[in-house]
Design a protein around this ligand. Structure first.
Ligand code: SF4
Length: 312
């Protein structure tokens, strides 16, 4: 599988493009994620021709303004950012700089007529991205500090990349069996996120209404990404591991199975991190060559070097 492509607010990659000529390099993005994904820089304000350094922008009653010059850049920025978003068509995810009136995804300060900031705004470029790519996984760099949200984002971008790989240059040649195969390999991941979505997705790929493959893929893609946006819980993860344990019956001996059972219980009680039963289960699956589980992406949703640091 080729590396996923992730768009990133350029200042987070160390590009000195902020209003004051500075940057906000995030080492995890550049040094760790950058080894496993192709990072594509975007600086909407530079694309708008504002230069570096430049007077600051801010949201004012939903408008994008430059307070020092009193310029209202809303229309110009909207049209420029829509065009810029069009160049992001091949991406599998996007990391946006928080709090920015251009890049901020949520809770950006929007000033009232009386100059009171309300954290209710969204950056103009982030808005253009959300409207252009409603399924694209997007996150602000601040949320990547949270290990669970970071892991979920990784899960989403690698899954989205696999989903997009189903529709290469010749969309009419997609086979229903390819979507069914993707669904099969993501079964445990989907159950980890949302068993309800997993059942609904199963009905879509069974295609009882005889829809065209293209229609099936469209319906499937929306629900698939919606499922992955649901955060897993200790309970859903425990259910998945117990489900996997069923396949070890008759293969692994009682000592191995007991050790895994105990590890799952301790994880559920919060006494062990998720990586403990996951690693043990993975070891047994490889040792006894349980083919069905070996192909489940739940056990390797993205390169191990990324997960080893953060899957808690
Ligand atoms: S516009 Fe976005 S990428 Fe450019 S400096 Fe501001 S936050 Fe960073």
């Amino acid at each position: 599988m080729s590396k996923p492509q992730v768009g990133v607010s350029a200042c987070l990659l160390g590009h000195a493009v902020r209003f004051n000529g500075d940057h906000k390099r995030q080492p995890w993005i550049t040094d760790i994620l950058g080894k496993h994904a192709k990072l594509v820089p975007f600086c909407p304000e530079v694309s708008l021709g504002l230069g570096v350094p430049r007077p600051t922008l801010r949201l004012n009653q939903g408008r994008l303004v430059q307070p020092s010059t009193k310029l209202d850049l809303s229309e110009k920025a909207t049209s420029c950012f829509i065009k810029l978003a069009q160049t992001a068509a091949g991406l599998d995810g996007f990391i946006l700089k928080k709090d920015s009136p251009s890049c901020g995804l949520e809770r950006v300060k929007d000033y009232s007529a009386k100059g009171i900031p309300n954290k209710t705004g969204q950056g103009f470029f982030a808005k253009a991205m959300c409207e252009s790519y409603p399924l694209l996984p997007m996150i602000e760099e601040g949320r990547l500090m949270d290990s669970e949200q970071r892991e979920n984002f990784l899960n989403q971008i690698f899954a989205y990349s696999r989903l997009r790989a189903l529709t290469p240059e010749a969309p009419l040649r997609i086979k229903l069996s390819a979507i069914q195969d993707l669904h099969k390999k993501h079964k445990l991941i989907l159950m980890e996120h949302s068993p309800r979505h997993y059942s609904r997705l199963g009905r879509i790929v069974a295609n009882p209404e005889g829809l065209s493959v293209r229609e099936v893929l469209e319906k499937y893609s929306v629900l698939f990404m919606e499922a992955l946006a649901v955060m897993p819980t200790a309970k859903t993860r425990t259910n998945v591991l117990e489900h996997a344990m069923g396949y070890l019956r008759g293969k692994a001996d009682e000592t191995d199975r007991k050790q895994l059972r105990e590890s799952i219980k301790e994880y559920l009680k919060g006494e062990l991190p998720f990586i403990a039963p996951l690693t043990l289960a993975n070891h047994l699956i490889q040792k006894f060559e349980i083919a069905y589980l070996q192909e489940q992406l739940f056990f390797a949703p993205y390169p191990r070097a990324l997960g080893a640091h953060i899957r808690l």
